[in-house]
Design a binder for this molecule. Structure first.
Ligand code: 5AD
Ligand code: SF4
Length: 470
């Protein structure tokens, strides 16, 4: 079936907001609280800000205590089994709260429920769940919630049909912070890496229009945000579906042109699509952070091919080298999967070798998790859990050692950071980020949160840098 992009009209979103106002009116003065619990990636964090935006328009305040909440929304992840197990465990636990609070509404949304077998599981084994809806239905949340909230007798609603390619603009947002903001530039993924469930649950790639993105970025800057992270599963293919002559590098430049003192970050980049133009643009745009999250997944060419990644280790190394040529201070981070079906100990060693060559500033390492319906789930897998765990431990040791060494190189240097929050620790009460995104702990006045400052790095460890304001 040909894929059709479905733009949700502003009128449809206004209609959802009218439903929010209607709910607000019907519930009247009665104080009410909602809890939104988020699993998984930044895209999900961004989606939860939309759920909270709608809920705020319905008159809900927010809590993190399930026993206080009138509405609970669990926004789920499907990337690995571990996340799904945590979701199911925590949803199961909610029956205590629901017993004490009859009439409490429990909704489960996000990637996990978009898989048929998971929706079935919720239907059959989790009767406390009232509402289930997939990521592409999020824009209809008010209408869906209304249908369970005011049903004459208890009604369960499941909206988990196939992804319909929806792109919705203008959903009200309630952002989590006041310094850093997420900004989705595209949804879905077309890459079908053989291990990954994302293309099945988030549907095909679709880009937001550049004018909508730039408008939102402008609003963020005007509201005082200093650190904007552009989000997409593969930002390097931004714009391809729009039929206009704007690629991701062009988009970066448009946002860079917005007046103000702020930083632009983005994730995730696919190595097959990263271009010299992108690296040059990052180097030329003064607001673009010198940070690149470039998942390599494996350092072995046979495994990369079996993963359907469309690059080999040489191409990856060339990309990293080229990016560093344009930005010698570039921070490069990566994702790696250990124990992909059929990976041998020797093939795994190629991954360790690649990490030693690139010297990533940070690595996010995962043990392969079998996902229903993906091609890799059908591939023979001889390695034992113990073997995979040994590989994982070895990779983690390598990652930690390299991060520690890279961090030590910062000691004695003075650099500009963005102070973004409190740590709650007396010695180093503030947290901040370098231009490249490395964490720096500081001591200083909380009034500095949201401002840029010069710091001298005095010490470091594997996970963070420690600095003094200068
Ligand atoms: N098993 C383990 N890790 C996975 N990832 C994606 N799918 C799987 C899976 N089935 C990892 C990849 C990706 C990151 C977001 O999650 O490394 O880059
Ligand atoms: Fe999954 Fe690959 Fe798409 Fe990333 S690029 S979301 S790993 S299919």
């Amino acid at each position: 079936m040909a894929y059709v992009r479905k733009e949700i009209s502003t009128e449809s979103i206004r209609a959802q907001e009218r439903i929010c106002a209607g709910i607000n009116e019907r519930l009247g003065e009665k104080p009410r609280l909602a809890m939104v619990d988020t699993y998984g990636c930044q895209q999900n964090e961004a989606d939860s800000e939309k759920l909270r935006g709608y809920l705020a328009e319905m008159g809900y305040g927010f809590t993190s205590n399930e026993f206080e909440a009138d509405v609970i929304v669990v926004n789920t992840c499907a990337v690995r089994e571990h996340a799904e197990m945590r979701v199911l465990g925590n949803v199961g636990q909610l029956n205590h709260a629901k017993k004490e609070k009859p009439g409490q509404i429990i909704a489960v949304c996000g990637c996990m429920v978009q898989q048929e077998h998971m929706a079935e599981k919720l239907r059959k084994s989790y009767p406390i769940v009232d509402l289930v809806f997939g990521p592409h239905e999020l824009w209809r949340f008010p209408e869906l919630l209304e249908s369970v909230l005011f049903a004459k007798k208890r009604r369960r609603v499941f909206e988990t049909g196939p992804d319909d390619g929806s792109v919705a603009e203008g959903i009200p947002l309630r952002r989590d912070g006041s310094v850093k903001a997420w900004l989705s530039v595209m949804y879905g993924c077309n890459n079908f890496c053989t291990y990954c469930v994302v293309p099945y649950v988030r549907g095909r790639e679709r880009s937001r229009r550049p004018e909508d993105i730039v408008r939102e970025a402008r609003e963020l800057v005007a509201a005082g945000y200093k650190d904007i992270t552009l989000l997409g599963q593969n930002v390097n293919s931004y714009g391809r579906d729009l039929g206009i002559n704007v690629d991701f590098a062009d988009l970066l430049r448009m946002i860079n042109d917005i007046e103000g003192d702020f930083l632009i970050r983005f994730m995730t980049s696919h190595p097959k699509d990263a271009t010299e133009k992108l690296f040059r643009t990052m180097a030329e745009c003064e607001k673009c952070a010198h940070q690149l999250h470039l998942p390599v997944q494996s350092g072995n060419d046979r495994v990369l091919k079996a993963m359907n990644r469309h690059y080999d280790s040489e191409k990856y190394l060339r990309q990293a080298e080229l990016a560093r040529k344009y930005m010698p201070d570039l921070v490069i981070t990566t994702d790696i999967i250990v124990g992909f079906p059929g990976e041998t100990d020797e093939e795994f060693e190629d991954t360790v070798r690649l990490c030693e060559r690139v010297r990533f500033d940070a690595m996010f390492t995962f043990i392969y998790s079998k996902r229903v319906g993906t091609p890799a789930a059908e591939m023979p897998d001889a390695a034992t859990r113990e073997q995979k765990q040994r590989r994982f431990d070895r990779l983690l040791d390598t990652a930690n050692r390299i991060s520690g060494e890279k961090h030590a190189e910062y000691e004695g240097r003075t650099l500009r950071v963005l102070i973004d929050g409190e740590t709650g620790k007396p010695g180093y009460n503030l947290s901040s980020r370098t231009n490249g995104g490395r964490l720096v702990h500081l001591k200083g006045d909380t009034g500095l949160i949201g401002s840029f400052a010069e710091v001298r790095i005095v010490s470091s460890n594997t996970w963070a840098l420690y600095g003094e304001l200068v």
